[in-house]
Design a protein around this ligand. Structure first.
Ligand code: AHM
Ligand code: MG
Length: 341
């Protein structure tokens, strides 16, 4: 019989990589894993119960919240609240940070940023959605955590992960020592190690972008898309276009198969659409740990100084060589539009 390693066992084994660890991060990750299983159960029965559709409220970005967004948000916050290791949660679904000030969280040293249900416009149509999270250490020793401590650069993450609720449910995470993936076995209700030491191919043939926005893209992006569509045997072009509309699922596919996911600035979203703290930083940490690259077009996503919680950024993430090619097209278009002299 082959040995099955559950997420819980794996987290405990990996604690040994951090000799001074007291198990708090392990417990935090375990709590997130449990909440993910509960959310998975609800996502799976979404078609059966009256949980589909709009909740009638909007989040800070003015986007409609779906009922399952609200449910997932509640589950993760309550798991982090009762776990005792987290002092602040910043969720895409809330305008402000949620400070956890219970007795058991008195010594909590971790800050969690979370997009509880990414790709929620896909819920009603049985297409993959996911959860994205990132963990930071608080920088002050005691007292109420200040907003500045939440707004840390992505390079300061101590862990990041995502869950894809798809044809099977997977949890993928990193603590800065490689990336490991776990598939939920519904028969035993456990995430089991299925993708150890995940590595993204350095090059690929998949590009993922909402091409319907083509007219709104900067020139460098338009040029890159044309490059993807040109026939060239040496580089296996034309490339394949794949866009699910759930960033977490698109990035997950590209992590396994190789590819690039692009969400540039557009004329309607001049800062980009995706959020630095909830979506881009955690996925950038994971992809870098898997050997890939995440850029805003000119520099590393993880080096972006966060100024506010719901900050947006353009992002190009995936196989290193493909991301570098995108950067090259952006640079070229910018130098061509520079005035001469
Ligand atoms: P959400 O977190 O509200 O679901 O929004 C983020 C999603 C990403 O998952 C996805 O890649 C993108 O928005 C799709 O946007 P668009 O419809 O503009 O292509
Ligand atoms: Mg999202």
């Amino acid at each position: 019989m082959t040995k099955v390693t559950t997420l819980g066992q794996f987290i405990i084994e990996k604690q040994a990589d951090f000799p001074y660890a007291k198990g708090e991060l392990s417990r935090l990750l375990r709590d997130i894993g449990i909440a993910a299983k509960i959310v998975n159960r609800e996502v799976n029965k979404a078609g059966l119960v009256d949980i589909l559709g709009d909740n009638g409220t909007t989040n800070i970005q003015g986007e409609g919240q779906k009922k399952l967004d609200v449910y997932a948000d509640g589950q993760f916050i309550s798991a982090l609240r009762s776990g005792g290791e987290c002092c602040v949660v910043a969720s895409e679904e809330h305008d402000d940070c949620i400070f956890i000030e219970s007795e058991i969280s008195r010594d909590a040293k971790y800050i969690v940023c979370i997009d509880p249900l990414d790709g929620s416009s896909n819920i009603d149509v049985n297409v993959s959605v996911g959860t994205i999270f990132s963990v930071y250490r608080r920088t002050s020793k005691e007292g109420r955590v200040q907003l500045g401590e939440v707004l840390q650069k992505g390079t300061q993450q101590v862990a990041a992960g995502y869950v894809v609720y798809g044809s099977s449910t997977m949890l993928v995470y990193t603590t800065g020592k490689g990336v490991n993936g776990f598939t939920l076995d519904p028969s035993i209700g456990e995430f089991c190690l299925s993708h150890p030491n995940m590595e993204i191919p350095q090059n690929g043939t998949i590009y993922s972008i909402n091409e319907g926005n083509y007219i709104k893209f900067p020139q460098g992006l338009k040029d890159y898309i044309k490059y993807c569509q040109v026939e060239d045997q040496a580089t296996s072009r034309p490339f394949t276009s794949r866009y699910i509309g759930s960033m977490v699922a698109d990035v997950h596919r590209n992590l396994i198969k190789g590819g690039v996911f692009l969400y540039p600035t557009t004329s309607s979203h001049p800062q980009g659409k995706l959020r630095l703290m909830y979506e881009c930083n955690p996925l950038a940490f994971i992809i870098e740990q898997a050997g890939g690259k995440a850029s805003n077009g000119s520099s590393r996503i993880l080096e972006t100084p966060p100024e506010h919680l719901h900050q947006r950024t353009p992002i190009f993430i995936g196989s290193t060589q493909m991301v570098e090619k995108v950067e090259e097209f952006i640079r070229l278009a910018e130098t061509e539009t520079q005035p001469v002299g």
